[in-house]
Design a protein around this ligand. Structure first.
Ligand code: URA
Length: 432
């Protein structure tokens, strides 16, 4: 590999030049080995955030990140594989019902998930609220569970896309998370290295998402779809709303409970709609036709796959879930129609109650979180419960209440009747 000078690479990007393939290969490799220092990589990440990268640079950057670690291979499994990745949102528990549902329809789901940081929750944190469940599996355990149960949700091993592990942690503390080339290459390097045959991306748009506008979300989605397609992974992206939180809960144990309701054939309509839309895309991407995932929710086969998946990772699906020691109810200040419920406000409240962590490595509370008792479009009555806040530490209530302040609108009826309300669509666009 040709050796370069880190300062020369930083200056090139700072001055708006395109990085060469050789510069990209070297800088990712040298950073992974510790020859490029954190302060140099953070300067380069900031230059990329400010000046962008073209399609060739993003593709080469992604390839170099994949080459920094191991690659997994599921091609020996007896069924096709499909994975889903969400760019992160509030109340986004979709992976929990989705993975067993798709497995019940005949497609294996190797779902490598993460922990929450900031206001968005992490799938592993949610599942760890199931007594006994463990997130760490060896590659051999993962393969055997994919063959027997068909669904695995576990932590990514240290070997996968090693450059991304370092770079993501660095971006998190240097204000460089929100760069489309860096987000796209971070997500896609892990998904391509993981070796899934097909991939469905759920790109969130709105106040509770990284991407606040549809145009930015579309740019991120098409960049990732191109990266996946070029690497031979059948990739489709759905743009979905994250101005309103999903379902009726944000937290850990309470989101698992809501997911189990969906697997039992019930649950909030938006969670069911998104779970089914993603399941249909995953089945189509894996080449499975003529199977209706709604039937697998109705006939209990998705629930059977959930129970098997939890048990295979040491969990007891029948054990009682953690309950927060303290709760506080927030009542509606007026009667009328709830016309807005802000995802960021709810996400911050759940985080401040202890459902999320402030720093990597902090512990989260299994029982903490927020339940909301109405969704936009619902009628509310003054004095009736609007939110229930849950935590083990009552001194957390005050800051959670602060974050809900201004986070919702209730519009009173006028002489013509209830305030007009037109729901924003959950599914905004599809990019393939
Ligand atoms: N998720 C990732 O894995 N990487 C990013 O950069 C953003 C979200």
């Amino acid at each position: 590999m040709t050796r370069h000078d880190a300062v020369e690479v930083i200056i090139a990007k700072r001055d708006g030049a395109e990085l060469t393939d050789s510069q990209i290969d070297w800088v990712i490799d040298a950073y992974t080995r510790g020859d490029v220092a954190d302060e140099q990589m953070s300067a380069l990440a900031m230059a990329i955030l400010l000046n962008g990268m073209n399609r060739r640079e993003i593709s080469r950057w992604t390839a170099a990140m994949i080459a920094s670690g191991e690659r997994m291979d599921f091609s020996t499994l007896s069924r096709p594989t499909a994975d889903k990745h969400s760019t992160g949102g509030v109340g986004d528990k979709i992976t929990l019902p989705l993975a067993p549902l798709v497995a019940a329809c005949g497609v294996a789901v190797p779902q490598l998930s993460g922990r929450g940081l900031g206001h968005t929750g992490g799938t592993l944190d949610k599942l760890e609220s199931v007594p006994g469940w463990r997130a760490a599996l060896t590659n051999a355990e993962m393969m055997s569970q994919l063959e027997s149960v068909g669904a695995v949700i576990c932590a990514a091993g240290d070997g996968l896309a090693r450059a991304d592990k370092k770079l993501y942690a660095l971006r998190d503390v240097t204000g460089t998370v929100e760069a489309i080339p860096l987000i796209a290459s971070s997500i896609m390097s892990k998904k391509i290295a993981e070796g899934t045959g097909s991939l469905v991306l759920d790109v969130k748009v709105g106040t509770g998402a990284f991407m606040k506008s549809v145009d930015l979300a579309r740019e991120l989605a098409s960049t990732m779809v191109e990266l996946g397609t070029d690497a031979g992974v059948h990739t489709v992206a759905l743009l979905t709303d994250m101005s309103t939180p999903l379902g009726l809960t944000a937290g850990n144990a309470i989101e698992v409970e809501e997911s189990v309701e969906v697997l039992a054939g019930g649950g909030p309509a938006d969670v069911v709609e998104l779970t089914l839309a993603l399941a249909r895309e995953m089945l189509a991407g894996a080449g499975v036709t003529g199977v209706d995932p709604a039937a697998a929710l109705a006939d209990g086969s998705a629930m059977d796959a959930w129970n098997d998946m939890i048990r295979a990772q040491g969990g007891d699906p029948a054990a009682p879930m953690a309950v927060a020691r303290e709760s506080q109810v927030v009542t509606a200040p007026a009667s009328g129609t709830l016309t807005r419920l802000d995802a960021m406000a709810v996400g911050l409240a759940a985080w401040r109650l202890g459902a999320g962590r402030a720093r990597q490595g902090d512990a989260v509370q299994a029982g903490a979180g927020v339940r909301w008792h109405a969704r936009p479009g619902d009628r509310v009555t003054a004095g009736a419960p609007l939110f229930t806040l849950l935590t083990d530490e009552p001194d957390r209530f005050e800051r959670a209440l602060d974050s809900l302040e201004g986070g919702y609108d209730i519009v009173a009826d006028d002489s013509t009747g209830p305030a007009p309300y037109s729901p924003a669509p959950l599914l905004i666009d599809r990019i393939s």
